[in-house]
Design a protein around this ligand. Sequence first.
Ligand code: NAD
Length: 500
Amino acid sequence: MSEKNKREKYGPATTLPLQQSFVAGSYLASESGQRFETRHPGNDQVVCDVEVAGVREVDCAVAAAREAFESWATTPAAERGRILRRAAGILRERNAEIAALETLDTGKPIAETVEVDVLTGVDVIEYFAGVAQSIHGQHIDLPPDAFAMIRREPLGVCAGIGAWNYPVQIAMWKSGPALACGNTMVFKPAEQTPLTALRLAEIYTEAGLPDGVFNVVQGAADTGTALVNHPDIAKVTLTGSVETGKIVMQQAARDLKKVTLELGGKSPIIVFDDANIENAINAVLVGNFYSSGQVCSNGTRVFVHKSLHDAFVDRLGERTRAIRVGDPFDPETQLGPLVSREHYDKVLSYMQIAKKSGARHVCGGDPIDDGDLAGGLYVSPAVFADCGDNMQFVRDEVFGPLMAVLKFESDDEVVDRANATPFGLSGAVFTSDFDRAHRVANRLQAGIVWINDYNVTPPEIPFGGYKHSGIGRENGLQAIEHYTQVKTIYANLGDVPRTY
Ligand code: NAD
């Protein structure tokens, strides 16, 4: 199929007009005129230019959000919920269009973005739209003559900073709870994927969200820094790498701003000898190769009991070789390109490191740059077996389609090895033994552990990391704690004792 036919059949136009920041309900031109490009990873061609938000535009966005906060914080929760639900309805109606835009920007297969990226974000907006009305305080009786009220109040203007792997989902996971709690937000998408947060902002406006409640500023680390350092920001919520998390937390500490950090991972999946093997393999494949492996919670260290190790690896190799790598706009494609040239080079260098590590190369790890895929940032999914815990590619977060399989013998040994990492985002246990599943899940140092499943994140359950994988939680009622603060009001009904 020719490139033109493919686009007509599957995707939007490959070029878009200049994109800008979205402030107080409309687009804002950048005073400096400075621009960056966003590219489609399927062919590494420029999709459009985007204007950088400098200090002036960040100031405007924060001022708009601060002004809007006054009335949004006192808008009845039912009304806040209604607006969020209306936005969710429009997002669902426009799922196909936004998913295609996400595929254009990220290179993720359309089969994924249509099923997951927009809809799992919308699920979270709907969840918090429902929760808005149940956010409440407490009354504490203090007899004989006093009582206290605990009010739960919004924080103010929250800065949201996103990663490029789930751009629109991250924007919704942050704005949904923040807005439901009565905060306003200035959101900065990753510079590699600036497009879909703007559609979200337009849709919020269409749904009746007052101007300034949700704003988008465009740019890279400089824009993020200006936002984090802004004195009128009350809280920063970042999804990104551990390195950026440390910098953002240090910057936020200067003003004692609150932070939530959703950072990287190198999570373990443990397959015991009594596991259902096909289920485990299905989960291991999704937990390594979905979104070309560019998922923070992926289970990239797969510990397999020695009694089934060899058969498991043979089957994994067979299944991995059958994964259809291709144009992300082709609905049959299961694995698309990596997000950017820079990331592609990094992932390929790790494939080389893995090939030279002494681990057994089962399959994949090669660039694919011919036929229909010429010019794109494609890498075949790789499996390495007989890996050592201290091999560099087994220790580092690669964020690409690179799976390490490790052999183990005992429960205690595998728990110690699984925990021997500075990360602690997630993990999984595959076993048919109920007691063992829970014993091991309890001992894993991770913010979320799945038993006989992987990477399932409904909005009702908190998501976030232990150790270097993060601070705070997104989703679930726990998120409310991170977007509100508690005020105690003590009321005395009697006399004040005379002490002096
Ligand atoms: P990154 O840290 O390079 O960038 C993340 C965001 O931070 C971008 O918007 C970037 O512009 C901004 N940024 C960079 N430097 C900044 C600074 N000094 N001040 C303020 N903002 C700054 O991460 P990435 O490469 O975009 O994303 C990949 C990483 O994100 C991986 O480590 C992955 O594990 C992690 N991630 C975590 C989760 C999670 O929920 N735990 C989800 C997705 C991705």
